[in-house]
Design a protein around this ligand. Structure first.
Ligand code: FAD
Length: 452
């Protein structure tokens, strides 16, 4: 018998339930990835993610070859291509990880419909992408949790599934495929983009567990310390398994591990919200009657990291340079756009998705909504003060100095508020004046929401 495993956001061989089931149940397995026309048309294959994907496909192919197999790549419409492979091989089952986005759901439906005519079944595996499958824990009388803390309490009680070893060997039938995409052929990527691939991810995980996990609770908000795991792109592409991360962190124990596991639960939380409310990718989860402003000059300054608010500009420039941004900086830059400038969260979410290597529909859109107060934040009216946040999380200005070199020579006290310098000194910096006084922005936002 032949089975197909269609890889999507699960580009790994370790702890890969869909691959394990295919190898266990069939004599021959087709490890298939489709460079899907639908995904490409949606613009979701922005250069940073496409480059990381190329690395990850190359690495997956290597892992499979070490086990006697290889990755088969096709391009085109996903349902059509899977149908072709099934016809070519006489496969009886296609294995697929359950997805949460509207696109993933539609893909499942289309595959199921197409395959039934070919006498081939579709097996959708839960718990491949998230630790706890969406819908596995629910509050009384609702299909999902809208608040994180009670979700987390129930999430933490769920018995973990067994973490699986990589298959030892597999046999792939003869069939044609396209050459794998290569990272070097992707243009327009961020200068300091991380490398993708399962081996790279596992190495980063090993170092993280050994060196930094213990200090995570204390240092995860420290902007210049950069003391978070940076595993997010590996989780997005599934080159690491979230379930395995939780198991290994719990195995170590301590406050760092606890705090890290809690962050991974945030990822599951957003996935279960999106699974229940796929429209929340675009529509307000909790509409507030916002009449967002949309000042093109301000939006452009925000994107370029030239708002005149140093910590915000530092975050935006890190995003452009690395295709990644520290979580605290994401919170600050998003709050600045949506609340201080009172600009529609969708504008910011779109820009993040163009650049973030970990850009993810569930995590990006729902974090943006959380910050904008249209999502699951239980205090939607709070507005972060960029100055207070900068003084707290970048007390000596080292993060700003790293990303905003115009300000590198300023002292610790003045670096977060260069607008207070005398005009002659300010003029020499070549750094823009603030777009707005944050206190004014805050007042405007709260008035607009009817909060004051
Ligand atoms: P760590 O601190 O090491 O955390 C470990 C893992 O936990 C992360 O890799 C991530 O998978 C998960 N995690 C941590 N915080 C969150 C969170 N708030 N929501 C969901 N998962 C979380 N994360 C993405 O993966 N993709 C996105 O597109 C994305 N967009 C965001 C947009 C905004 C406006 C904000 C405020 C946050 C966004 N996040 C997103 C969440 C978070 O900022 C990143 O997951 C984190 O910065 C990644 O760095 P890390 O791997 O070092 O995180």
């Amino acid at each position: 018998t032949v089975s197909v495993i269609l890889f999507t956001s699960d580009l790994r061989v370790h702890d890969q339930p869909a691959l394990a089931a295919a190898v266990r149940e069939a004599d021959e397995v087709v490890p298939l990835f489709v460079l899907d026309r639908g995904v490409r048309r949606s613009g979701f294959d922005a250069p940073n993610r496409l480059a990381f994907l190329a690395d990850s496909l190359t690495a997956l192919d290597e892992e499979l070859r070490e086990r006697g197999g290889r990755l088969v790549l096709r391009t085109g419409d996903v349902a059509e291509q899977v149908g072709r492979v099934v016809t070519e091989t006489g496969a009886r089952t296609v294995h697929l990880a359950a997805g949460v986005s509207a696109y993933a759901r539609r893909r499942e439906d289309r595959l199921r419909a197409g395959l039934s005519g070919l006498r081939c079944g579709l097996r959708v595996h839960e718990g491949v992408i998230t630790v706890v499958p969406p819908g596995a824990v629910t509050p009384a009388n609702r299909d999902h949790f809208a608040v994180f803390t009670p979700y987390f309490r129930r999430w933490a009680e769920v018995a973990p599934r067994r973490v699986l070893a990589a298959p030892r060997s597999l046999t792939v039938p003869e069939l044609p495929g396209h050459p794998l995409p290569r990272r070097r052929s992707v243009t327009g990527t961020a200068p300091a983009l991380a490398r993708g691939g399962e081996r790279e991810g596992r190495e980063r995980l090993r170092r993280w567990l050994a060196r930094d996990l213990d200090g995570y609770a204390e240092h995860h908000d420290d902007l210049p310390g950069d003391a978070t795991s940076r595993l997010s792109p590996h989780l997005h592409f599934g080159t690491l398994s979230a379930a395995e991360l939780v198991q290994r962190a719990r195995g170590r124990g301590g406050p760092g591990a606890q705090a890290f596991v809690r962050q991974l639960a945030w990822r599951d939380f957003h996935h279960q919200v999106l699974a229940a409310r796929p429209d929340a990718a675009h529509a307000d989860y909790r509409p507030r009657g916002d009449r967002w402003r949309g000042d093109e000059r301000e939006i452009a300054a925000w994107k370029e990291g030239r708002t005149g608010c140093p910590v915000v500009d530092a975050g935006m420039r890190q995003l452009r340079h690395e295709g990644w941004m520290h979580n605290r900086a994401r919170l600050l830059t998003a709050s600045y756009l949506t609340k201080t400038l009172y600009t529609d969260w969708r504008v910011g979410a779109r820009h993040f998705l163009e650049l973030l290597v970990d850009g993810d529909i569930a995590d990006n859109q729902l974090n943006w909504q959380w910050v904008a107060g249209t999502g699951t934040d239980t205090r939607p009216g709070r507005v972060l003060s960029p100055l207070a946040q900068a003084r707290r999380f970048d007390p000596h200005g080292a993060y700003v100095r790293r990303w905003v070199p115009e300000l590198a020579d300023l002292g610790d006290r003045e670096i977060h508020s260069p607008e207070t310098l005398d005009p002659a000194r300010r003029a020499r910096l070549g750094y823009p004046d603030p777009l707005i006084d944050p206190a004014e922005g805050r007042a405007r936002f709260r008035r607009a929401r009817g909060l004051d």
